[in-house]
Design a protein. Structure first.
Length: 387
């Protein structure tokens, strides 16, 4: 089948499937069923493990908060458990290149987009544009070249080839994968490199010394498993709308008196106590078990109660919550994209723990996904109830 006919076939399948579901819904009589139930009823009995990608969503505090004491030894037990899961792909809470490019274009005319770029992706743009100029290449072309090199990387690259890969990943706005590849190079090869400007090399070296989860969890695990890339799956594009409200309205809503109900709650106190506990004992695995269990999810969801009940005249309160759900929905979609493959994959997604339940809610109904949990991979001596 040639490509035009294949595309037409895909479109016709989608149209005919919708028509068939509608007809079946009204034909059987009896108790009413929602159209959304049709997919499960028709297909769930045919789903096998071969058709599903395993996904483990690991909720985390942003470890930059612990930069003054966190050391690699504190992460060893957590990394050992994640190694038992043995992910074939690792996704991280970073903005994907396409969204960075879109925000950068919008930032030229929209202050809200510029604010988002400055907060989350300025370093990616600075280093990326430096490499685009150095290589005389555009972002998309750099990405294509990097993909070709990544396909060979798992079989080993000579230092000069890996440096070429790093340069093109940076130019493609794939900053974390570039840094992962940089970390594969021996220190001497990094020092002798004249492919990358000194400022770019220094920026990646500094990042590798940070406590960011991508550095302290994703990269060590990727290196131990021989993985060659990280998948950025975050999204902040919805915040452009939230930040577009007048400053006085935003201040009134974000600092609304009802917020004190949350910070005075037992739920908030339990979360803060857990944060202080890990600072005291350094037991990161206990922290991850707590954050990824049901009780912590319930406690954390409580932060949204005052948003749902605020009833502010501006409507920013209801928009803010809708945009939160939209961000998590986009992350879930990006996670599925990262996991999509011609063969079954085991994907690990490392994300701020407030997102875990929301992302899992979006993934849980997908027939092509099977969710697994951190507790499933604990050694026998660490099983039991979470602290």
């Amino acid at each position: 089948m040639n490509r035009p006919l294949l595309l037409l076939s895909l479109l016709l399948c989608a149209t005919m499937s919708g028509t068939g579901a509608h007809a079946a819904d009204g034909a059987g009589g009896g108790a009413a069923r929602l159209p959304s139930h049709a997919v499960d009823e028709a297909l769930a009995p045919h789903v096998t493990p071969r058709l599903q990608n395993q996904i483990l969503v690991l909720g985390s505090w942003h470890l930059g908060e612990f930069h003054d004491w966190l050391e690699p030894r504190h992460m060893q037990s957590t990394l050992a458990v994640l190694a038992r899961y043995a992910p074939t792909r690792i996704a991280i809470e970073k903005i994907p290149p396409d969204e960075i490019a879109l925000l950068a274009e919008l930032a030229e005319v929209d202050p809200a987009a510029k604010e988002l770029i400055d907060l989350f992706a300025r370093h990616v743009l600075v280093q990326g544009k430096a490499m685009q100029a150095s290589l005389d290449i555009g972002r998309a072309a750099a990405g294509r070249h990097a993909e070709a090199l990544l396909e060979r990387a798992e079989h080993g690259l000579a230092p000069e080839e890996r440096l070429e890969l790093v340069a093109h990943l940076l130019a493609a706005y794939e900053y974390d994968t570039a840094t992962l590849q940089w970390s594969y190079l021996a220190p001497g090869d990094r020092e002798r490199s004249d492919t990358l400007p000194a400022s770019v090399r220094e920026a990646m070296d500094k990042y590798l010394r940070s406590a960011d989860e991508a550095v302290t969890v994703a990269m060590p695990l990727a290196r131990s498993l021989g993985l060659q890339r990280l998948y950025p799956v975050d999204s902040h594009y919805e915040a452009v709308r939230t930040l577009s409200f007048p400053e006085d309205v935003s201040e009134a809503v974000f600092d609304h008196p009802s917020k004190r109900q949350w910070t005075a709650s037992d739920a908030w106190q339990r979360l803060q106590a857990a944060r202080e506990r890990v600072k005291g004992d350094g037991d990161m695995l206990a922290m991850y078990r707590y954050l990824n269990a049901y009780p912590a999810g319930v406690d954390d969801a409580g932060q949204w109660i005052h948003w749902l009940t605020m009833d502010h005249p501006s409507g920013l309160d209801r928009l803010r919550y809708a945009m939160w759900e939209l961000r998590d929905q986009r992350m879930a979609a990006n996670v599925m994209d990262a996991a999509a493959s011609a063969q079954p994959e085991r994907l690990l997604f490392i994300v701020g723990f407030s997102h875990k339940a929301y992302v899992e809610r979006s993934l849980a109904t997908r027939l092509s996904v099977r969710l697994v949990q951190l507790e499933d991979f604990l050694p026998a001596d660490r099983t039991g109830s979470s602290p």
